[in-house]
Unconditional design. Structure first.
Length: 488
C-alpha cells in the first residue's frame, strides 16, 4: 500500500507538471499571438487605404482638371495600374471586367496638390524646430498633397530618408522633393549650417547632393558670391534652388540665376533705401517698405519685369503670414497638435490679435495684391504653406487654406487650384506625369465633397486622396496622429 501510495504521489506530481507545462504553452501562445497582432502589417500602408484595385472607375464625378478649364459634370475616370486610363461622360455602358466602381455623385475630383514650401519640422520652442517627419507626412497626404518640396531642412538626412521611404512604400505620404540643409552665411540659428565662400557653398551643395538631396534653398544671411556658388553647383547637378532672402535682393538673385523666391514679395529687401551689399537690414525693415509699396509704381514694375524675363518663380505662402495678422480667423487643424503646442500658438494668436499697430494689418493685403500683380504681368506663381512662425500652420489643413487665401487674394477658384497643382508640377518639371487630370498621367487625385470651383471652402471636405491610383482615407491618417503632432 505504501508503494502504491508513493506511485500515486509521483503520478500526481507528473500530472501537476504537465498541467503547469500546458498552462505555460497556452500563455506563450497567447503572448505570441498578441505580439503578432501588434506587429505592423506586411504592407505598412494598409491601415490607411480606402480604395485599391488594379482597375478603379470613379463614376458620376465632377472633374476639375487643374488647367484652369471649367469643371466638367458627370464624368467617369478609369484608373488602371496607377495611371489615368480614360476620362469621359458617365454612361450606362458596361465597365471593364473586375473593375472597382466608386460612385462619386455630388463629389469633385481634382488633381492632388503640388505644394512647394513645406517642411518636415515645426516650431516647438524659441528658435527651435522639432523634426516631425512621420506625422507631417501623414497630414500632408490627408490634406490632398500628393507631391511636395521641403523648402528648407534643419535636420540633414531626415528629409532625404523620408522621401526614400515614401517612394519605397514603407510609409504613407506625398512624393517628396527633398531639399538639402539651408545654404546660409554666418548666422545664429542653432540648427543651420554656415558657408562663407563660393567654394564652401559648392562643397555644401555637392555633399548633400551626393547624400540624395534633390533641391536647394538659400537663406537670409547668404552673400552674393556664396549664392552664386550654390546656384552654379546646383544647376550643374540638375538641382533647382530657391531662397528666402534678405542680404541679397530679389533683383540680385535673379541676375545670379536663382530659380525661385519664397514668400511672394514679403521677404524682398529691394526697396530698402540704405540697403548695404550682402547685409540683411532685418526682415522688419524690408516688410515696412513692402507695406508702403505702390503696385502700379515704376520700381515694383521694374522688379516684376526682371523676375518675369528671367523666369524666376515666386512661392505664395499666405498661410504663415495670416497667423501674424490681427483679425484673422484661427487656422484649421489645431486639434491634432500636442496640448502644449496648441496652447503656445493660442497665446501667440492672442498677442497678434491685440497688436493694433501691427504692420501686418497693411502688409498682409498688400502682399496679396502684389502676388496678383505679378501673375497679371506674366509671372509664375506656385504655392506652399511654411509651417513655422509662431505655429498654427498645420500640414494638410494649411495647404487647403492656402488655396482659399489665393481666392481671397483675387484669383478665381479655378486659377487658385491651378497654382496649387499644375504650376507646381511645371516648376518641378513633372507636368507630364502630375499636376493635372489627363489620360496617361499618374492618378494623383483629391476627391472632395461639394464643388470647389464655385465654393472654394469645399476643398477642406476631402473624402479620398489617390496617390498613384491607391485611395487613402484622410480621416484614418489624421486620427493616427491626433494630439501627438509635435512629438514625432
Amino acid at each position: 500500500m505504501r508503494q502504491v501510495g508513493r506511485v500515486g504521489q509521483v503520478g500526481r506530481a507528473g500530472l501537476k507538471a504537465c498541467a503547469t507545462a500546458a498552462v505555460f504553452i497556452i500563455v506563450v501562445a497567447q503572448a505570441f499571438r498578441a505580439a503578432i497582432a501588434q506587429q505592423p502589417p506586411a504592407n505598412p500602408l494598409v491601415p490607411y487605404i480606402k480604395v485599391q484595385a488594379p482597375i478603379v472607375a470613379l463614376t458620376h464625378a465632377r472633374v476639375i482638371d487643374g488647367t484652369g478649364a471649367p469643371a466638367r459634370e458627370n464624368q467617369t475616370i478609369v484608373i488602371r495600374n496607377g495611371n489615368i486610363a480614360s476620362i469621359g461622360p458617365t454612361s450606362t455602358d458596361t465597365q471593364p471586367e473586375n473593375v472597382r466602381i466608386v460612385d462619386l455623385t455630388g463629389k469633385t475630383v481634382m488633381p492632388g496638390l503640388v505644394m512647394l514650401h513645406e517642411h518636415l519640422y515645426y516650431t516647438t520652442g524659441p528658435g527651435v524646430y522639432g523634426q516631425l517627419g512621420v506625422s507631417f507626412s501623414r497630414l500632408y497626404l490627408a490634406g490632398g498633397v500628393t507631391t511636395m518640396r521641403t523648402a528648407g531642412n534643419v535636420n540633414g538626412i531626415m528629409d532625404i530618408n523620408v522621401a526614400r521611404r515614401i517612394a519605397a512604400g514603407e510609409m504613407p505620404g506625398p512624393a517628396v522633393d527633398a531639399t538639402a540643409p539651408y545654404v546660409n552665411g554666418p548666422n545664429t540659428f542653432l540648427q543651420m549650417h554656415t558657408v562663407e565662400s563660393a567654394a564652401g557653398a559648392r562643397t555644401h551643395v555637392g555633399y548633400w547632393a551626393d547624400q540624395g538631396a534633390t533641391s536647394l534653398k538659400a537663406y537670409m544671411q547668404i552673400s552674393r558670391s556664396s549664392l552664386k556658388g550654390a546656384i552654379d553647383e546646383g544647376h550643374r547637378r540638375g538641382m533647382k534652388i530657391t531662397g528666402h532672402l534678405c542680404s541679397v535682393t530679389y533683383g540680385e538673385a535673379a541676375d545670379l540665376g536663382i530659380d525661385n523666391l519664397e514668400h511672394g514679395f514679403f521677404a524682398a529687401t529691394d526697396f530698402v533705401a540704405d540697403k548695404q551689399p550682402d547685409i540683411c537690414p532685418g526682415q522688419a525693415r524690408g516688410q515696412q517698405t513692402i507695406a508702403a509699396l505702390d503696385e502700379n509704381g515704376a520700381p515694383f514694375k521694374a522688379l516684376v519685369k526682371k523676375l518675369v524675363d528671367k523666369h524666376v518663380a515666386l512661392t505664395s505662402t499666405l498661410t504663415v503670414f495670416e497667423t501674424l495678422t490681427p483679425g484673422r480667423p484661427l487656422p484649421p487643424g489645431l486639434d491634432v497638435l500636442t496640448p502644449q503646442l496648441k496652447d503656445s500658438f493660442q497665446r501667440a494668436y492672442d498677442r497678434a490679435a491685440q497688436n493694433q499697430q501691427s504692420v501686418w494689418t497693411t502688409l498682409f493685403p498688400k502682399g496679396m495684391a502684389l502676388e496678383r500683380a505679378f501673375v497679371k504681368a506674366g509671372g509664375i506663381l506656385v504655392a506652399g504653406t511654411d509651417p513655422t512662425g509662431s505655429g498654427g500652420v498645420v500640414p494638410g489643413f494649411a495647404d487647403q487654406r492656402q488655396i482659399e487665401l489665393l481666392v481671397e487674394a483675387g484669383f478665381t477658384p479655378l486659377e487658385a487650384i491651378a497654382i496649387g497643382t499644375l504650376n507646381g508640377a511645371k516648376y518641378l518639371g513633372r507636368e507630364a506625369r502630375i499636376g493635372s487630370i489627363a489620360v496617361g498621367k499618374q492618378a494623383d487625385l483629391m476627391v472632395v465633397d461639394g464643388d470647389p470651383s464655385r465654393t472654394i471652402g469645399d476643398i477642406r471636405r476631402v473624402d479620398t486622396v489617390f496617390k498613384q491610383g491607391v485611395g487613402f482615407d484622410p480621416a484614418k491618417l489624421i486620427e493616427s496622429v491626433r494630439g501627438q503632432v509635435g512629438i514625432w
